[in-house]
Design a protein around this ligand. Sequence first.
Ligand SMILES: Cc1cc2nc3c(=O)[nH]c(=O)nc-3n(C[C@H](O)[C@H](O)[C@H](O)COP(=O)(O)OP(=O)(O)OC[C@H]3O[C@@H](n4cnc5c(N)ncnc54)[C@H](O)[C@@H]3O)c2cc1C
Length: 387
Amino acid sequence: MSRVLIVGAGLTGSLCACLLRRELPNKVNIVVWDKSRGAGGRMSTSRSLNDPSCTVDLGAQYISATPYYARIHSSFYEELLAQDILKPLIAPVEGMMLKEEEIVNYVTPHGVSSIVKHYLKESAGAEVLYDRHVTHIHRKDTGWEVCRKGGTPERFDIVVLTMPVPQILQLQGDVGSLMGENQRRMLEAVSYSSRYALGLFYKADTRIDVPWAAKYVSNNPCIRFIAIDDKKRNLASKNCGPSVVVHTSVPFGIQHLEEEKDAVQPIILEELEKVMPDLPQPDSIKCQKWRYSQVTRSVADCPGQMTLHSQPLLVCGGDGFTHSNFDGCIESALKIREHGQQMGSELQHVGDGQALTTAPQEVMAQSPLFSADVQLKLYRNLCKDLL
Ligand SMILES: Cc1cc2nc3c(=O)[nH]c(=O)nc-3n(C[C@H](O)[C@H](O)[C@H](O)COP(=O)(O)OP(=O)(O)OC[C@H]3O[C@@H](n4cnc5c(N)ncnc54)[C@H](O)[C@@H]3O)c2cc1C
C-alpha cells in the first residue's frame, strides 16, 4: 500500500489526513508525524501540571466565521457544531474589533485542540506519531526517504508538509535543490508575527471577579489580550479551578524573541499585575513562545499549496499559503487535495492491480477528487505505465 506522510499534526495536517482518508478509504497508508508531544500545533490546549482537568488554549482563541466562509465552508462548520466541538461565543469580550458585521464567533468547550483531535479521529487508521522531528528529505527511487531527529529514516511515496513556511525552508536534504528559484523567493517572502502566551492555572474555588470573559488591552506595551479561558469557553460544570490565558503584544514578542522563556515570564507577570492588580496567585503557570504566531504576509496570491515536486509528490501547505485562521487552514487542505492529481495517480497503483482490470468509468467513479478529463488522462497514463 502507498504510504503518505503528513508532517504536522496542526489543523492543516489533521484536515489533510481526514480528507484523504474520506476520499480513499482503505487505499492508502496515512502517517502523521509531529515534532511536539501532542496534537494541535498553534491550536493547542495545555493542561495544568497539578490538575490535568484544568486546561487553557494558548494559541487560537475563537473561530470567527465571516458570512462568505460560513457559506463556502458550511459543511465543516455544521460537522463541528453537530458534535458540540464548536459552540457560539456568548460570553462578553471587551474591545473586540468586529471588522465585519454578521461575523459569528465560536468557542470550543473542550479546548481548541478538540478540532484537530476530531479530524485525526476521522482519519481512521492513520498512524499519528509525536516526537517525530523531520530534519531531512531525500529523493529515493520512486519515493522519499524522510529522516527525523533520533530515529531511523523511513520511506514514503508522497510527502505533505504543513508546518510554518520558515520551518519548511529549514528542512535539509533535497528540499532546497528541488525548489524552483521563484518558489524559494515566494516562500522567503512569507512572514509571521511573534508573541508570548502565558497560561495561568488556579486551584478549585478560586474566584476571578471581572465583568468580562476576555479583553483586548490597548494601553500596555506588553499585554495585548487576556481571557478567563473557562468563562470564555462557557464551561457550565467545572470540577477544577479557573484558567487564564495572556497574549503579549507583537512588539514585545519580537523584542524578547531570542530570550529564554524563563527570563521573559516574570516580565509578563509584572505587567499583568499592572493591568489586573487583583488577580489571585496561580497554582501553576505555562509559558509559550510563539515564534511563528500569525501570518503577516502569506505566499503571493494565497495559492493554498505549493507543489515542490510532482513525481513523486512533495507538496506543502498551511496557513502561510492562505491566512491565519480556521478557514485559511481549510482552504489550504482543500487545495492540497485538489492539486493531488499525482496522489490519485499513484494511489491507483495501489489496489493490487485492481485498476488494470477496471473500466475507465469505474476508476473515475472511485476517484471523485478530479474532473472526468483529468481522471481519464490518469487512467491512460496508468495503463501506459503498467502495460
Ligand atoms: C497566539 C495565537 C492566536 C491565534 N488566534 C487565532 C484565533 O483566534 N482564531 C483562529 O482561527 N486562528 C488563530 N490563530 C491562528 C491559527 O492558530 C493558525 O492559523 C493555525 O493553527 C495554523 O495551523 P497549521 O496546521 O497550518 O500550522 P500549525 O498549527 O503551526 O501546525 C504545524 C505543525 O507542524 C509541526 N512541525 C513543525 N516543524 C516540524 C518538523 N520539522 N517535523 C515535524 N513536525 C513539525 C508543529 O509542531 C505543528 O504542530 C492564532 C495563532 C496564535 C499563535
